[in-house]
Every structure is written in structure tokens, then in C-alpha cells.
Write a protein that binds this ligand. Structure first.
Ligand code: GAL
Length: 432
């Protein structure tokens, strides 16, 4: 056989052997796998709140710093939506929840807002395991736990305690006009008459939720603790003469307010006081976080006292964070909640935010003079809950009250307002 043919035959044979063996031999299992591995999903937590400015964002940022130092591998997505008391944010949140697109964790108020809305709607997860792991039951105020629990399940992590019934005042405006800090509703009205006659705006007020905030504190100041609490458990008659008196007092308080209140945010209104353009402002103590951010000094640029008629009462609310059912990243959300409930997270957040810790072991010396006084009052006063900030009424009841309030501010008819409030308690509250 010529050499050339011999080579050709050998080549054909070799190809045949190769093809045959490829068909019959299983793929070697020891061979290194092709690099198809997908990198692990990036960890991220989306946290929803309404803290976007005016002292509030600064508090949140301080806590995010603690979070990012502890969990550098988790991206923090700040989904805050602007607008005091969450009026805008909560509407956005409701739409997202309805669309099945929850943020991993969101801000909710301890009390009926949480229990009567998110728990009732099956939108959040219980956190008992996290509480156990972190030992939170031993350090969180015992009064708070029932307000975030149902049927033995704990549903949120409180980050703070705020006080709603604070009357901020400008010390110089009062002293220039010979006005003492009022402690009763009648003293307050007398002081505001004096100020009005002197050409000073007596009361700084803002948009609608701040009007509800004023109303609830005036109701508290008029009805006292039992009468006020009874509004929410059905033992105070919304149609009673006492409530009429409370509403008339609220109506009178409105007559002392700046005329452009409808268009002012809570920050705008609070600023009127520290700038010397108004004497009083009723606002929760997040206002103090704002005053400090503006560089104002306690007891010089602003003073504080309980809203007249509510001395010895701490009307509270608590911001808390939840774990969404179906959270896109539940593990990252739990990391966030761990920081929100921690001593370190709360000690960073609260002195800036203008609130006190929802823990009993925070270092008091980290807090300014106002917040130290709030801590003393929280420990010694009678504690009641806020309407505007979610403690005493669920969302549907609060919405009905809000609608009636809006009409009242326009038409000023106390009897019509009271009838609507009676109906609201029957429709969505405990009244029969
Ligand atoms: C409250 C909230 C406070 C503060 C305030 C004004 O509802 O609990 O933390 O943010 O609104 O925006």
C-alpha cells in the first residue's frame, strides 16, 4: 500500500474510534464544571418612611450610619416620601401594598394604626423570634408591647417615644408682652387675647393634620384624662356637653391662628415661633429636632410646656418599623430592624430626631435639656395616646374624623361637626 493511502486509512480509523467512544463513554464526572455560577443576589433593604427633612431626615441618617457600619454588604434604599405625619407617604404606601409591591420595612405608629390597619390587613409579619433573639422584652417599655401585639404576636419594632401635647412658645415674645406661660385653657385664651391686642400672632398653625393635632390636645386639655380616653373606648359620649365644650375651645383656639394656616407645613408653623413671629405652637416634639437643626437654643429661642389643661399628662405616640409580608429581602429587613431596636441605633437616632428611646437603657447624657425633661415626664406622668399619630383610632375612624374636621374648619358649625363625630364613632369606633 502506498504510504499516502496508509496514512488516510489510519486517519479514518482514528476518527471512527473517537466518534464511537464519544457516543458511548459517559461524561467524566471529575471534570471541572463550566463556570456557570451566578453571583449571589446583592443584599438591599428598602425602608419606607416620611422623614425627609426638618430634623427628621437627620435622625434617620444617623441611624442609617449605624446600620451601614454594621452591615456594609447591605445597601440601604431610603424610600422616604415627603409630608408631615405621613399624609402623603401613607397614601403611596397603601397603593404599593394594594399592588403587591411592599417595601421591605415601613414606618408605622404603634397602636391602632398598626393593629387596626396592617395587622388586620395581613400585611406584616410577626417578629417574636427577633424579640427573643435580641432580648428586647427586657428593655422596651412594658406599656408599649400591648400596642404592637395581637394574639401573642409582636408586630413591629418601636424606635422612639414622641410627645404630642407640647406647647412651644417664644420666651421673649411672652415676656415682652407681660404674658406668663399658661397652664389652663382659660389662662391660655387670656394670654392669647393680650397678645392679639398687642398685634402679635398668638398661635402658629399649619395644614390640616396639624389642625387635628391641635384639636386632640385641646380635647385632652378640656376633658381631662378619663374623658379623653373614654372617647376612644366608648365610655365618653361624643354627643355630650363636655365634648361640645372641647370643640368650642378648639374653635376658639383657631381664632388666634395665622390666617394662612392651610398652606403651611408643620415646619413653617413651628418656625414662626422660633423666629419671633408668633407666640405659641402646639406640635409634637419632633419640632425640637427641627429647632436644633435650625441652630436655635432651648430656653432662649424656644420654651415648652404641656398644652394647657394637660399638665401631668404625656400624650404619646411611637414610630415603629415593620417587616412586610412578602418582603423582597426579608433577611436584609431583619438586619435593619435589629438596628432600629438596638441601643446603639436608638442612641444615634433619638437625640437628633427629638424623641426619647423606646428602650429603658439609653444614656440620658446624650440628650439635650428638653428631651431629658421629656424622659422625666414619660416616667412620671399619666400616659395617653394620640389620635393624629395612630395610637387610639384605626385608619378608617381617623379618616372620618379628618373629613368632618375639614368641613368644620370651613363652615365653623360646631353642632354639625359634633353630629359627624358621633356618627364616625358609631361607624368605625367602639360606639353602639
Ligand atoms: C409623626 C411621626 C413623627 C414625625 C411627625 C411629623 O406622625 O410620628 O415621627 O415624623 O409625624 O412628620
Amino acid at each position: 500500500m502506498p504510504k499516502k493511502m496508509w496514512y488516510s486509512l489510519m486517519a479514518v480509523l482514528m476518527i471512527a474510534v473517537f466518534v464511537l467512544s464519544a457516543c458511548t463513554t459517559p461524561v467524566a464526572t471529575t471534570q471541572a464544571p463550566v463556570a456557570t455560577e451566578v453571583p449571589p443576589a446583592a443584599k438591599a433593604v428598602e425602608v419606607f418612611s416620611w422623614w425627609t427633612g426638618g430634623g427628621e431626615a437627620a435622625g434617620l441618617d444617623a441611624m442609617i450610619k449605624v446600620f451601614s457600619a454594621k452591615y456594609p454588604a447591605i445597601t440601604f434604599n431610603n424610600a422616604a416620601v415627603a409630608g408631615g405625619a405621613g399624609t402623603n407617604a401613607r397614601a403611596v404606601l397603601a397603593t404599593r401594598l394594594q399592588a403587591g409591591d411592599p417595601p421591605d420595612s415601613w414606618q408605622g405608629h404603634a397602636g391602632q394604626e398598626l393593629i387596626g390597619t396592617y395587622v388586620k390587613g395581613g400585611q406584616i409579619e410577626p417578629l417574636n423570634a427577633l424579640y427573643e433573639e435580641q432580648g428586647w422584652l427586657a428593655v422596651m417599655p412594658a406599656t408599649l408591647i400591648p400596642l404592637i401585639s395581637q394574639d401573642g404576636n409582636i408586630y413591629s419594632v418601636p424606635v422612639n417615644i414622641h410627645r404630642a401635647n407640647v406647647m412651644w412658645y417664644n420666651p421673649k415674645v411672652l415676656s415682652d408682652n407681660g404674658v406668663a406661660v399658661p397652664t389652663t385653657v382659660d389662662e391660655w385664651f387670656a394670654a392669647m387675647d393680650t397678645l392679639k391686642a398687642a398685634g402679635v400672632t398668638p398661635l402658629a398653625l399649619g395644614e390640616q393634620w396639624t389642625q387635628m393635632h391641635l384639636m386632640e390636645t385641646v380635647l385632652l386639655g378640656t376633658l381631662g384624662v378619663d374623658g379623653y380616653n373614654g372617647l376612644w373606648d366608648g365610655t365618653t359620649d361624643w354627643g355630650s356637653a363636655d365634648v361640645t365644650k372641647g370643640l368650642e375651645n378648639f374653635q376658639k383656639a383657631l381664632t388666634y391662628a395665622n390666617s394662612d394656616f392651610a398652606s403651611l407645613s408643620w415646619q413653617d408653623a413651628a418656625q414662626l415661633v422660633v423666629n419671633g413671629n408668633a407666640a405659641f405652637n402646639v406640635m409634637g416634639d419632633w419640632a425640637e429636632g427641627y429647632f436644633r437643626e435650625l441652630g436655635k437654643a432651648p430656653n432662649t429661642d424656644y420654651g415648652w410646656a404641656p398644652v394647657p389643661g394637660s399638665v401631668g399628662v404625656f400624650q404619646f405616640l411611637s414610630d415603629s418599623f415593620v417587616l412586610a409580608k412578602g418582603a423582597p429581602d426579608a433577611e436584609a429587613a431583619k438586619a435593619w430592624l435589629t438596628i432600629a431596636g438596638s441601643k446603639e441605633g436608638q442612641e444615634a437616632f433619638n437625640p437628633v430626631k427629638g424623641s426619647i428611646c423606646a428602650r429603658t437603657d439609653c444614656d440620658k447624657t446624650l440628650f439635650g435639656v428638653y428631651l431629658q425633661s421629656a424622659m422625666d415626664d414619660w416616667a412620671s406622668n399619666t400616659v395617653v395616646g394620640s389620635l393624629t399619630h395612630g395610637v387610639v383610632a384605626n385608619d378608617s375612624w381617623k379618616t372620618e374624623i379628618d373629613t368632618a374636621l375639614g368641613l368644620f374648619v370651613a363652615d365653623q358649625k360646631v353642632d354639625v361637626f359634633q353630629t359627624a363625630l358621633v356618627a364616625a364613632c358609631k361607624a368605625s369606633g367602639p360606639c353602639k
